[in-house]
Design a protein around this ligand. Structure first.
Ligand SMILES: [Mg+2]
Length: 416
């Protein structure tokens, strides 16, 4: 059959084709969807669209179908169909509504975005403000879907008709006012193609700042804190502050490294995040302005594909107060993200970076999606998106992964 002989698809009605929107609502039980379409099958209709959700045991089933021909054997086929559907619904104690119209759904506007909201809790007031902000930018909410109820309530809005960038600006303002996290990303295939996640370590993957753990053993916490404060005031750059702080560790016994490793506390959700990403085929790496003495251990324990950090020099079993090798600073982190992406064979646009500090900013901006994790305000404002709940696994929801998928993967792994 040549292309010109292929009959047109009848399920794509023209704008003038009469169609019926059939809506069924009530207590869910097995067989409702099959029952409705069995009833409709007698009229040789084409299905144009179907949507179904079940919320707290109540089903809402919407079917858009082509209308039957105007006349049937016993008069109006549409009238007969309406009566049949209503009597089927009544027999199951369901409500049915049938609305006549023409054509398919209105085409969705161009400019599609995914808005992910993380609420802890998610209040009605926040939801109203978010929906109003979306409408305010000219966006239409096409679909709303709950991704997770644990450890936060995560809800995804599919929005069309608004550009991603103004939508992100409008919702960032709302997020700050409402105390919820809102991420806005452009919808599209690239969202499903992300394949590399690179994380900062101190105060991101782990709850601690490793230099402070070393300083506690050296009895110089106060001096280290002083240098950190000077760096935050902009009196020292990262490299100067790194050298100044490491110098204070000179003479410390190498055995402290093991003690520090055992003191490191992973951020809640860190294991779930990494385990889930690995199962989905992502590569995962860390970059740290801290030390390989700790990141190498984390790499092994967590099965990370990449890890890079500064190295504390050890001579004759003592820390010398110097670092060796390439310095990992703000520019270094972005450079390492590019290097890991090249090694993983992943375009930069398909990478995700997560960090909390000013020295993560270049890396967050270079990645396809930069996530500021419980970050300083300056980082939060500059990143594509911010997460302010203390659970690292919530980043999965920004990637569109549901809690059910996370738990199903865990169950399979336990059984396998
Ligand atoms: Mg950090």
């Amino acid at each position: 059959m040549s292309a010109s002989q292929i009959p047109p698809a009848t399920a794509v009605p023209g704008d003038d084709t009469p169609t019926l929107l059939i809506k069924i609502f009530g207590k869910d039980r097995p067989g409702i969807t099959a029952g409705l379409f069995d009833t409709l099958a007698a009229y040789s209709l084409d299905v144009v669209d179907i949507e179904q959700v079940v919320t707290r045991g109540r089903i809402t089933l919407c079917a858009l179908v082509t209308a039957p021909p105007p006349t049937g054997r016993h008069g109006s086929a549409e009238g007969e169909l309406r009566a049949t559907v209503h009597s089927w619904a009544e027999s199951l104690h369901l409500q049915a509504e049938i609305i006549s119209g023409r054509g398919d759904n209105r085409p969705r506007g161009t400019g599609r975005s995914i808005v992910t909201v993380l609420g802890h809790p998610l209040t009605a007031e926040s939801t109203a403000a978010i929906a109003a902000a979306i409408t305010g930018t000219g966006g239409n909410i096409d679909r709303i879907f709950r991704l997770a109820k644990y450890p936060v309530t995560a809800v995804e809005f599919a929005v069309s008709g608004a550009e991603t960038s103004p939508l992100r600006t409008a919702l960032a303002t709302q997020a700050a006012l409402l105390g919820v996290d809102i991420a806005v990303v452009a919808a599209g295939l690239h969202r499903r193609a992300q394949r590399l996640v690179v994380m900062d370590v101190d105060s991101t993957l782990i709850q601690d700042e490793v230099i402070e753990l070393f300083a506690a053993h050296a009895g110089c916490e106060d001096q280290v804190a002083e240098v950190t404060a000077a760096a935050m005031r902009g009196e020292l750059d990262f490299e100067q502050s790194l050298h100044a702080r490491v110098e204070l560790l000179a003479g410390l016994d190498e055995s402290v490294v093991d003690k520090v490793r055992s003191e490191v506390r992973l951020t809640p959700g860190a294991r779930t995040l990494i385990r889930t990403l690995k199962r989905l085929g992502y590569q995962v790496g860390v970059v740290s302005g801290g030390f390989t003495q700790v990141t190498d251990d984390l790499q092994e324990r967590l099965g990370l594909d990449f890890a890079s950090a500064n190295t504390l020099e050890v001579v004759d079993g003592k820390l010398t107060g110097r670092v060796t090798g390439e310095i990992v600073d703000r520019a270094g982190k972005a450079r390492l993200l590019r290097r890991f992406a090249a090694e993983a064979g992943v375009p930069l646009a398909q990478t995700v970076a997560i960090g909390d500090g000013a020295n993560d900013l270049d890396m967050l901006n270079a990645a396809g999606l930069g996530v500021a994790f419980n970050a300083k305000p300056v980082v939060r404002e500059a990143a594509h998106t911010a997460v302010n709940v203390p659970f690292l696994d919530t980043v999965l929801y920004l990637l569109g992964i549901t809690r059910e998928e996370v738990e199903a993967a865990d169950t399979q792994a336990d059984e396998g």
